[in-house]
Design a binder for this molecule. Structure first.
Ligand code: ADP
Ligand code: MG
Length: 246
C-alpha cells in the first residue's frame, strides 16, 4: 500500500498542495473520529478549496498595491459628517461593480477621500474582486512610458483586467496634452466595462484646468460621471485635527 508521504507527493503532483500538506493530520483525525468515507472526501476537497481561496486573496491583496491598509471599521463618521455610514455601507453589496459604475470622492485635503477609496477597494478584494490602486501621477507616468515604447494599448489592456481601478488624487497636478490624451484612452477603455473609484480635490467644472485641453477634459469627465455615485466631502482635515489634539 502507498505510504502517506507517497500519497501526499501524488496530491502535490496534481497541484493539490493544501491536501498534500494537511493529509497526515486529516487522516489521523478521520481515523480517531471514525469519519465516514463521504465526510472524509468532503473534508479533503474543503481543505483544498479554502487553502486556494486564502492564497488567491493574499495574491489579490498584493496585486492591489494599496499604499496602506485603511479599513472602513477605522473610519470615524462622527468626524466626517458630510457622508454617512449608511451611504458607504450601501456600496458594499458591490452592485456598483457589477453595473460598471464609478465612485467619485471630491473634497479638500485630509477629509478622508483616500481612506474611503482604499477601504471600499479592500472590501471588494475581500469579496473576490480584483482591484488596483494607483495615484493619478503614477498612472499618467506609466501610461506615458508605455506610450513612448509604443505599448499604450497593451498597458491599457493590462489595467482593464482589474474589476476596479482606484485613481487617487486626480487634479492635484497639471498634466501635458499627451498625458491627458493617454488618460482619455484609458478612461474610454474603462467606460461601461470596468469601475473606477476616483478621488479629487477639484470640482468637475474646474477639470479643464489640470487637463489643460478642455477638448480632452470634457469627454473624460463625461465618461467618468455618466454612471457614477458622486460624494462631495467637506469638513475639517483629519490630519489637522490630530495635530491640534496632540
Ligand atoms: P484625503 O485623501 O481626503 O486627503 P485621507 O483619506 O488621506 O485624506 O486622510 C488623511 C489621514 O486621516 C489618513 O491617515 C486617514 O486614515 C485619516 N482619516 C481621515 N478621515 C478620517 C476619519 N473620518 N476617520 C478616521 N481616520 C480618518
Ligand atoms: Mg488623498
Amino acid at each position: 500500500m502507498t505510504s502517506i508521504d507517497q500519497l501526499a507527493a501524488a496530491y502535490r503532483a496534481l497541484r493539490c498542495h493544501h491536501i498534500a500538506a494537511g493529509l497526515p493530520a486529516l487522516l489521523a483525525q478521520a481515523e480517531a473520529n471514525e469519519l465516514s468515507y463521504l465526510h472524509l472526501a468532503e473534508q479533503l476537497v474543503e481543505l483544498e478549496r479554502q487553502g486556494r481561496a486564502r492564497n488567491r486573496l493574499a495574491l489579490n491583496l498584493t496585486k492591489a498595491g494599496f499604499p496602506a491598509i485603511k479599513r472602513l471599521e477605522e473610519f470615524d463618521f462622527r468626524h466626517q459628517t458630510t457622508i454617512t455610514k449608511r451611504q458607504i455601507n450601501q456600496l458594499l453589496d458591490f452592485r456598483f461593480l457589477d453595473e460598471r459604475a464609478n465612485l467619485v470622492f471630491i473634497g479638500p485635503p485630509g477629509v478622508g477621500k483616500t481612506h474611503l477609496a482604499i477601504a471600499i477597494a479592500l472590501k471588494a478584494v475581500e469579496a473576490g474582486y480584483k482591484a488596483l490602486f494607483t495615484t493619478a501621477l503614477t498612472l499618467v507616468e506609466a501610461l506615458e512610458i508605455a506610450e513612448l515604447k509604443g505599448e499604450l494599448k497593451r498597458k491599457i489592456a493590462s489595467l482593464l483586467k482589474f474589476d476596479l481601478l482606484v485613481i487617487d488624487e486626480l487634479g492635484y497636478l497639471p498634466m501635458n496634452r499627451q498625458g491627458a490624451y493617454n488618460l482619455f484612452q484609458l478612461i474610454n477603455g474603462l467606460y461601461e466595462f470596468r469601475s473606477v473609484i476616483l478621488t479629487t480635490n477639484k470640482d468637475f467644472t474646474n477639470w479643464g484646468e489640470f487637463l489643460r485641453e478642455d477638448a480632452v477634459a470634457v469627454p473624460i469627465v463625461d465618461r467618468l460621471i455618466h454612471h457614477s455615485h458622486v460624494f462631495m466631502l467637506g469638513g475639517e482635515s483629519y490630519r489637522l485635527k490630530r495635530k491640534i489634539a496632540n
